[in-house]
Design a protein. Structure first.
Ligand code: AP5
Length: 216
């Protein structure tokens, strides 16, 4: 299974991707996590990306596409993958076609999560993320068992630099301008399923699983 999870910031892509990964045994490839990993490690990529990511803008296509090309060529992506955060604009969608064409593969599903701006702001402003493994929590809807500590790996939970309100507004604008048009791009191909991302995590998970098993 080769799939892309689309949706605005805070719609629950990372949360749902973890469930899809476990259910279908495919790697979760998040370009946001890769960039944050590079920033935390202080690599040359991280230095270049930090200011752009913290400001809520997209890093240049060529910077991210090479990382995705390399990751999709790894052995664990041969049986399938879930892409989260890529593609982010039409140019990246076309690059993805080229990468997959070179591997003799094509996308099976594109799932697009939909959520109101008010709910997005509520989810993002309460989000806490594990510094070590990237697992997402929420101070109200998905609190960790011990305050500030990751349930999965015991790492420290922090607030992302791009979850400040003024940056959230910028990220939403970038999503509408650059990423939302990808819905029409994949609809045209007949592989898009729109998913209502309101409600509880398990409810939304059921909608995703139904779509992936052909019942959505
Ligand atoms: P990225 O990491 O991809 O961020 P994003 O798309 O803005 O999405 P988020 O990670 O903020 O949200 P999510 O949808 O995963 O929600 P989550 O599950 O955490 O990108 C970050 C930046 O990197 C970009 O701005 C850009 O600079 C750069 N970048 C990345 N990819 C790029 C690319 N391809 N090209 C160029 N630049 C790129 O959930 C959010 C919160 O809500 C959590 O607290 C969670 O616990 C809670 N929650 C989840 N579901 C529910 C629910 N059902 N009910 C209540 N709470 C819930």
């Amino acid at each position: 299974m080769r799939l892309v999870l689309l949706g605005p910031p805070g719609a629950g892509k990372g949360t749902q991707a973890a469930a899809v990964k476990d259910r279908f045994g495919i790697p979760h490839i998040s370009t946001g996590d890769m960039l944050r990993g590079a920033i935390a490690a202080g690599t040359p990529l991280g230095w270049k990306a930090k200011q752009i990511v913290d400001g809520g803008n997209l890093v240049p296509d060529e910077m991210i596409t090479e990382i995705v090309r390399e990751r999709l060529g790894a052995p664990d992506a041969k049986r399938g993958f879930l892409l989260d955060g890529y593609p982010r604009n039409l140019g990246q969608a076309k690059s993805l076609d080229i990468i997959l064409g070179g591997l003799g593969q094509k996308l099976d599903f594109v799932l697009c999560l939909h959520l109101s701006d008010a709910e997005i702001v509520a989810r993002l402003s309460g989000r806490r993320t594990c510094d070590a493994c990237g697992a997402p929590f929420h101070v109200a809807s998905a609190p960790p068992k011990a305050a500030g500590v990751c349930d999965s790996c015991g790492g420290k939970l922090s607030q992302r630099a791009d979850d400040r309100e003024e940056v959230i507004v910028r990220r939403l604008a970038v999503y509408q301008a650059k990423t939302a048009p990808l819905g029409a791009f994949y609809k045209e191909r007949g592989i898009l399923t729109e998913i209502d991302a309101t409600g509880g995590v398990l409810e939304i998970q059921e909608r995703l699983f139904a779509a992936l098993s052909g019942g959505g």
